[in-house]
Design a protein around this ligand. Structure first.
Ligand code: AMP
Length: 133
């Protein structure tokens, strides 16, 4: 599945622009199925295909931005909408009482595999230490 790890060929950051070989843009377009749990005009949330916790939901902006740093620089308001969507998802999934974790893996050292910015919302059980070495 090397194509999953390949950065999008054309990372057009303009709002509403999708790329042809980006997996998450294909989910936004409805060309790849996903278990959607939440949607707004500008954001989409769906269950991670390989969950790392009892609850593991990915929250993305519909517009293509490669990572959280690029998103924050190009469209801070949209970055805030992604965070608000992550909070809404956490509430809808019943995570507010015991807590949860939001992670933006960014770049190679951050372990990012899909280069369309996404927040991992994890919870539903104790998550352990943030990083283990
Ligand atoms: P990251 O390593 O932060 O880029 O995370 C990418 C995440 O996308 C991983 O947790 C994958 O399990 C998840 N993923 C890959 N393909 C799909 C898919 N088709 N639907 C839902 N989640 C996916």
């Amino acid at each position: 599945m090397a194509w999953l790890r390949r950065p999008c060929a054309v990372a057009l950051a303009s709002a509403g622009v999708t790329t042809t070989d980006c997996l998450f843009c294909k989910i936004v377009a409805g060309d790849v199925p996903a278990a959607k749990v939440y949607e707004t005009e500008s954001t989409l949330a769906f269950r991670d295909i390989g969950p790392k916790a009892a609850v593991h939901v990915l929250v993305i902006p519909k517009a293509h931005h490669s990572d959280v740093a690029a998103l924050a620089k190009a469209d801070p308001a949209l970055a805030g909408e992604v965070l608000a969507a992550a909070a809404d998802v956490a509430a809808a999934e019943g995570l507010l009482e015991h807590g949860f974790r939001v992670i933006f893996n960014t770049g190679p050292y951050g372990g990012q595999e899909v280069f369309h910015v996404h927040a991992h919302v994890l919870g539903g059980e104790p998550l352990g230490p943030m990083i283990s070495k």
